[in-house]
Design a protein around this ligand. Sequence first.
Ligand code: TRP
Length: 372
Amino acid sequence: MVKSVVNPWEVTGEVNYDKLIRDFGVKRIDKDLLNRIKSITGEIHPMLRREFFFAHRDFEPILDQYEKGNKFFIYTGCGPSGPLHLGHLGTWMFTKWLQDKFDVEVWFQFTDDEKFLFKQKSYEEIQKWTKENMLDVIALGFNPKKTHFIVDTWHANLLYPEAIKFAKKITFSTVKAAFGFTNDRNIGEIFYTSMQAVPAILPSVLAGKMIPCLIPLGIDQDPHFRVARDVYPKLGYPKPAILHGKLLPPLKGMEGKMSSSEETGAILTTDDAATVKNKINKYAFSGGQKTTEEHRKKGGNTDVDVSFQYLKIIFEPDDKKLAEIKRKYESGEMLTGELKAYLIEKINAFLKEHQKKREEAKGKVEEFLFSR
Ligand code: TRP
């Protein structure tokens, strides 16, 4: 097995989430916490039920405050380096659910600086992706009155004065240890974590009072906040709470995460129906047997079957249906081709709607961009 690495810029190997809970020092979301969430939201999102969002830091105090009438805001973000894929959308669909259920503001950071610094791409290209990616976020249905986009280089006047306060309290050796940076890294990369730290306090800075912050994220982003969380109290702010999601596996199998830089591994938000069909049929790793005969006898393995995993994580929210598919596939009654056909239909129905809303979003960007 490939050695597993999980950090904001690299996810390789098969991710062991139990080990990450220990290594990162986060808490598992347990039954009690799920029940507490349910008592407020009235339902448990499938991604919580199915442990896709599986861990947290300090979520209880956020709920304590909420129950006393002190609302939190949500902070999350997008690194605009290319077209978006289903992995991004999954996490943000859950974020939108949180916004709706708790009726709270969402602050959405677009880290154009990060992607310029870390990728071999020009500033102009990153600007193009920033604008493109915004359309996908808007298409997911975030409430325009309660959702604020901030772009690192466009809102530098707001972010930079706060970022330097973080930067002054984070040493080079801390960043090196957290991210494994070597001496040949550019100095922008070393500074960057302080930019990602800021939106967790920005609404408090602007309002002139403390507002609790909740950050839903893919767990690969946690190291930034592990570094920054030590700094918040030093600047007079509470540590933000975090909800950790797992990473959507790429088409080729359960190792690494879906990424736009690997073309055959990702389903893009802009893929048409024929492309989706082709990618799933050609590349989605199957947990089925080599021949139909063998499959009928032994059945398939849903733990490693990527198509089943996509249904479980995003595309089949109905528990009964999912259980039925699992039973049929594992018993050999359902073949890989049938499972794939079911998934293709689900994804294409979703993307058809999404792409329509994505077009409509072109006239709405201004509504979402934060301005004072
Ligand atoms: N760095 C993230 C990325 O590359 C984007 C991001 C910025 C983010 N702020 C965040 C993600 C807060 C989660 C939470 O995708």
